[in-house]
Design a protein around this ligand. Sequence first.
Ligand SMILES: [Zn+2]
Length: 830
Amino acid sequence: MVDGMWVDSPNKVKKEFLDHFRNRFCKPGERKATLQMEFPKQIHPDQQRELESEVTNEEIKKAVWECGTDKAPGPDGFTFGFFRHFWYLVEREVYDAVRYFFIHNDIPKGCNSSFIALIPKIPDANLVKDFRPISLIGSIYKIIAKILTNRLVGVLGGIVNEEQFAFIADRQILDGPFILNEVFQWCKRKKTLIFKVDFEKAYDSVRWDFLDDVLSKFGFGNKWRKWIQCCLHSSRGSIIINGSPTEEFQFGKGLKQGDLLSPFLFILIMKSLHLSFQRVVDEGMFHGINLGGLVNLSHIFYVNDAVFVGQWSESNISTLVHVLECFHRVSGLKINMSKSKIMGIHVDNVNVSRAANKLGCLLLKTPFLYLGSFVGGAMHRLQAWNDIVDRVRRRLSKWKMKMLSIGGRHTLVKSVLGSMPIFHMSMFKVPSGILRTLESIRCQFFNGHDVSSKKASWVQWNKVLAPKDKGGLGVSSLYALNRGLMFKWVWRFLTQDTSLWARVIKVIHGGDSNIGTGTRSGTKSCWTNIVNEINVLSKKDINLMNFLRIKLGNGESTLFWEDVWCEGGKLKDRFPRAYALESCKTITVGSKLVQPNLTYSFRRTPRGGAEQTQTDELAALMQPVTLSPISDRWTWTLNSPGEFSVASVRNLIDVKMVPEGDHKTRWVRYVPIKVNTHAWKVMTNSLPTRFNISRRGIDIDSITCANCDMGVETTSHLFFTCDMAQQVARLITRWWDVPDLEMDSYGSWKIWMVNLRMPSKNKKMLVGVFYVMWWLLWAFRNKKIFEDKAPSKAMFFDDVICKSFYWCCFRSKASFSWNDWLKNPSLISL
Ligand SMILES: [Zn+2]
């Protein structure tokens, strides 16, 4: 639609889009202002040389391999799968083409052309602005961009601050929302300003001359800057409309969406805004909020998301607007006032509305979404989670139940929650009512029911959640996931204690931030919930803190008496009488061990008895301790490399929280998930057998076994004592040449199985064969009951052999023939 008129002729549509994008990316006019400040952090001359060093073949090849294989091809039509596959043919040409760029600062015409694909932002997109442009970039340019990016990433960490944590390792997207949530709790009684900025088409409007200025201020060399400028100036694009491209046009500004290099260059742009703003703060023109000590918070950036925080005052607001206006003039980045939002905490509503009117921006209301997470919400209330529960339900219900096997559902239910629920579970304690709701949605999905149905389930959901060695299916509970993700913050607090996030927590909550003690305060912030939850768990005999241990380096940041750094807990608890003599209670391990002896810093020498014994024992304990010239670090003893993992906490909690089953779950990878799950249902008696149905009080015409018409159809009967099951089992034992099987239940079958002498892989396969038999028995029984034509008993055993051969052969990756299988599978070497 153009000017309110429908345009449907293909050529006119094309022209409309072309005009739009040509204008959008046209060369901007002369600059009205330039950057006039020095940047405090610059890259080191060594780094500069490294950035500009000659590009090697290995580097080029590495870049090709890192580009991924399945991305859509650009205008040249080559995917990276193609390059890798025919590498031996194209290697030389690729090296030459890439090197040409690095030597001559030039990209041959056509190599930096891109297709702009239009992704609709809303359903029924009619207007040009309803589409988001994504560039499909030619492969040679992609390789060049990958090389430049790899080099750039290496130096970024040194010049980019905490306030912009995107893309830099260990700086997480959740830090910003977490900090804001804490600030919300903290500033309840202080007048505070929050301003959330929306930049208009941030990537598209970056001025190239500005980017060059920024690079030069950061100390990037001429060669490097020329490379970057060359990448920008050579770029041309055409828009794909209904499958065919428009004529090409030249870009004059902006960073391309879809170009690897763009996000990193954009970080530098935002970094310059950070520096300009920091200077304004330092000169006292903008007052951030002082959280205590040296931690002053004025702004948090994440890619093009910027939030400014400060004291509420007229002058703060006008300074902010002024700074953003200047930034627009130098960089091209314009703020979209009508989409930006302002909020005053503990400020009169009238004042906030007046400020919003004056600026022409919107009011920000709590709770609001920031980087995908809620800020300022009452997350302990059930209503706060409605939206999230709906998302999970929608996500799971969009799968076509009929198209998914139990195996598919098993896999999905373990993985699919979506990023938003995970984000929230990472930060907030999920109320138990919400956990129950989410689990019941997962349970219905797992059983193949509609996710909002109230149908009864034949399996006990907490058995499905239980780890396999506890007789479960290892799906793991959301409770464990939530608590594991929460505890991860404690790990980060200890191991990344200089990060902005950790510093904020420290000044708000005090030095050790109540880890291990918990708080009694009424306000519930994310952090107080986390530290309190540690205590709640320890009352359930899950002591997460016990798995944290300090690995001694130089001993300088570890307290001798009060930290847990050797087996057996805190020394002050183990040797209280010796501790009583210590004159410096907070002495570090490093300082203590360099003293001539242990009693050096004691008030007086020990006077026999317990004092002396404890001192002697302590001395013996210290005998083997040595220091090394690296810093002390935390390790997580639940995982072998010592690195924390959420999975390890989940497993620990699941093991403690779920009821113990009678048997371990034996998972056989030679047969499909659906067959395994079925076998698990046999083991846990979770099938709707006729007996189980009647036991539930549901009317049923008969409870006798349909396969033999003799016994009552219980799980034990159907799979173990029924004539049909016994006959097939006998045939299997002859086929495998193993001792006779006297079975009357799952338990006796298992004992027989455990006692068999056979290589373990073959035994697994035999277990698999039984699983297949049970699977087929159940299918046989269903056919007999629900279909008119009775299936043939004579073919049953053949079916077991065929099906199990098909699965085992395909899944074991061992090569054996149909004949080997028929003769005796226990002799096959796997
Ligand atoms: Zn029977």
